[in-house]
Design a protein around this ligand. Structure first.
Ligand code: UT7
Length: 350
C-alpha cells in the first residue's frame, strides 16, 4: 500500500495588517495584555467584500497545485476545512471546484475547527492509501474577521483570531523515506459548548445535554436558525471559556504528539520540527517545555497572524518550508487542539 506525500504546499494571507493597537479603537484592550497572554502582535483581516474563505483558500490552492507540478484539472478529490464557510450550505469545496474549473470531482467539507486541517489531511491520506485517488487537494481557510464581536464583550476571543488560508496537494509515494507515517484523531464532546458558536443552529435554546442556553421565551427562540433576541444576546458570535480550554489543551497536545511518535518508534529528539496549531504562544511554549524540545524544533508564527483555526497549521508548515526549515526526509509532527473538543496529530517524513 503506498503512503501519501505532500507534493505541493501553498498559503495565502490578506494584505491588511491589524495591530493590537488598531483593536483599541473598538474595545477596551491593550497591546501589553494581548502580547503577554497570547504572544500575538498582529493579524491579517480579509477585504470585507472582495475576499471570502473560499477565495483565500483558492489562492493557497493555486500555489500548492503549481508546486506539485500539476494543474487544477488533475485534482481528483477536494477536502476543505473551515469554521467560516462562505454559505451555511453548500460547503466551500464546491466553490473551489467551480472557481478552479476542476473536473466534476468529489468535494468534502470538514468541520473540526482547530483540528480541521489534520482531520482533512487524515481523510485524504486514507483515500490515497487505498488507491482511490492520486491527486487530492486539501484546503483550510478562515475569514474570522467577518464574524467576531468587536465590542469589549467579545475581547477575549476577538483579539486572538486572524484570517488566512493554507493548502496542500497529496499524492501517493512508494519512497520509504517520505510521506505521512500516521495520523491520530480524537474528540471528547463533554465540553462541546465551552468553545462554540451556538447560532445559526437547530438547538432551539437547549444544549443537547439538556442545559438551557439562555433565558429566552418561546417567541424569542424563533422558528428559524436565529431570532432577533439571539442576536441581541450576541449568540451569533463565538463563545469561549478560555482558561478551561487552555488547561485541557496543554494536557492533550503533548499526549497526542507522543502518541504519534510512539506509534512509529520515534523519540522527541528525532523530531526536526513540531508545528503546533497556533492557538496561543503560551500553549506552544508550555508544550515545548514539557516535551523538552529546543527552540529550533518548534515553529510558531502566531505573533504575525493570530489564530487562524484550521488554516494555522498549513500556513505555518508552508512558511517553515519556504524558510528552508524542513528538508526532504525530515521528521515533522503536526498537532492540534480545539473546539469540540477535538485534537489530532500527524507524523510525516517531508
Ligand atoms: O484555537 C482554539 C483553542 N483556543 C485556545 O486554545 C484558547 C485557550 N485560552 C487562551 O488562550 C486564554 O485563556 C486567553 C488568551 C483566551 C485568555 O487569557 P487568560 O489569561 O486565560 O485570561 P482570562 O480569560 O482569565 O481573563 C483575565 C482577565 C479578565 O479580567 P478580570 O476578570 O480578571 O478583571 C478578562 O476580562 O483579562 C480580561 N480580558 C482582557 N483584557 C484586555 C480578557 N480579554 C481581554 C482583552 N484585553 N482582549
Amino acid at each position: 500500500m503506498p503512503r501519501s506525500k505532500i507534493a505541493g504546499i501553498g498559503m495565502y494571507v490578506p494584505k491588511n495588517v491589524v495591530t493590537n493597537n488598531d483593536l483599541k479603537k473598538y474595545m477596551d484592550t491593550s497591546d501589553e495584555w494581548i502580547q503577554e497572554r497570547t504572544g500575538i502582535k498582529e493579524r491579517r483581516y480579509a477585504d470585507r467584500t472582495k475576499e471570502t474563505t473560499a477565495t483565500m483558500g483558492i489562492e493557497a490552492a493555486k500555489i500548492a497545485i503549481e508546486r506539485a507540478g500539476i494543474t487544477p484539472q488533475d485534482i481528483d478529490f477536494i477536502v476543505f476545512a473551515t469554521i467560516c464557510p462562505d454559505y451555511y450550505f453548500p460547503g466551500c469545496g464546491v466553490l473551489v471546484q467551480r472557481a478552479m474549473k476542476m473536473k466534476e470531482v468529489g468535494a468534502l467539507d470538514v468541520r473540526d475547527q482547530c483540528s480541521g486541517f489534520i482531520y482533512a489531511l487524515s481523510t485524504a491520506d486514507q483515500f490515497i492509501r487505498t488507491g482511490m485517488y492520486k491527486n487530492i487537494l486539501v484546503v483550510a481557510s478562515e475569514k474570522h474577521s467577518f464574524g467576531l464581536d468587536f465590542s469589549t464583550r467579545g475581547r477575549n476571543i476577538t483579539v486572538i483570531f486572524g484570517d488566512g488560508a493554507g493548502a496542500v496537494v497529496l499524492q501517493p509515494t512508494d519512497d520509504e523515506n517520505r510521506g505521512i507515517l500516521s495520523t491520530h484523531l480524537h474528540c471528547d464532546g463533554n465540553n462541546a459548548e465551552i468553545l462554540a458558536m451556538y447560532n445559526p443552529g437547530t438547538h432551539a435554546n437547549y444544549w443537547t445535554n439538556g442545559n438551557k442556553l439562555a433565558d429566552f421565551n418561546e417567541a424569542e427562540i424563533g422558528e428559524m436558525f436565529m431570532s432577533h433576541a439571539m442576536i441581541d444576546h450576541a449568540q451569533n458570535f463565538p463563545n469561549m471559556d478560555g482558561p478551561t480550554v487552555f488547561k485541557i489543551a496543554v494536557e492533550k497536545f503533548p499526549e497526542v504528539i507522543m502518541e504519534a511518535l510512539n506509534a512509529n518508534n520515534y523519540q522527541t529528539s528525532d523530531l526536526r520540527l513540531l508545528i503546533p496549531h497556533q492557538a496561543n504562544l503560551r500553549i506552544s511554549q508550555f508544550v515545548q517545555k514539557k516535551l523538552r524540545l529546543t527552540d529550533e524544533q518548534v515553529y510558531n508564527n502566531i505573533q504575525k497572524y493570530g489564530n487562524t483555526t484550521a488554516a494555522s497549521i498549513p500556513i505555518a508548515l508552508c512558511e517553515a518550508y519556504e524558510m528552508g526549515k524542513i528538508k526532504e526526509g525530515d521528521l515533522v509532527c503536526l498537532a492540534a487542539f480545539g473546539s469540540g473538543f477535538t485534537w489530532a496529530s500527524a507524523l510525516l517524513k517531508w
